[in-house]
Design a binder for this molecule. Structure first.
Ligand SMILES: [Zn+2]
Ligand SMILES: [Zn+2]
Length: 126
């Protein structure tokens, strides 16, 4: 998978959890092939696409205890993230620095998500 749209097609939205409907590993986590990387955790990919990059070494905690849930509202980077987050320069997954001008905001089920316009341009020209 390469785009957020492909991910959204595999989510079943309920009033609380966003259920991952595609492949789940033995531990019960949703997994997918993301940008050529097999076995990426679905909830981490959704969080990074909709919220922000997860600082290196940090885990996402499921506050709802549903392992195959990918709702960013139910995911919380473990303690200490605030300090690290401030030190990390805000970039998209391809390393474009995030600015107001290159950020496209949209809405998934009332959840504010954003995409990098530089990346969108790259994907369109492929
Ligand atoms: Zn959940
Ligand atoms: Zn980008």
């Amino acid at each position: 998978m390469k785009t957020l749209d492909e991910i959204l097609e595999r989510i079943e939205f309920t009033d609380s959890c966003w259920t991952w409907t595609a492949y789940r590993c033995r531990e019960g986590y949703g997994r997918l092939n993301w940008l050529g990387n097999p076995g990426k955790l679905a909830h981490r990919v959704v969080y990074e696409e909709c919220v922000e990059p997860i600082p290196a070494g940090l885990e996402l905690d499921h506050t709802c205890s549903v392992r195959h849930c990918v709702n960013p509202d139910h995911l919380e980077p473990v303690t200490g993230v605030e300090n690290i987050r401030r030190a990390v320069k805000e970039t998209c997954r391809r390393g474009h620095v995030r600015t107001e001008a290159n950020t496209y905001w949209f809405d998934i089920r009332g959840y504010r998500c954003r995409q990098c316009l530089d990346c969108r341009r790259i994907m369109r020209t492929r």
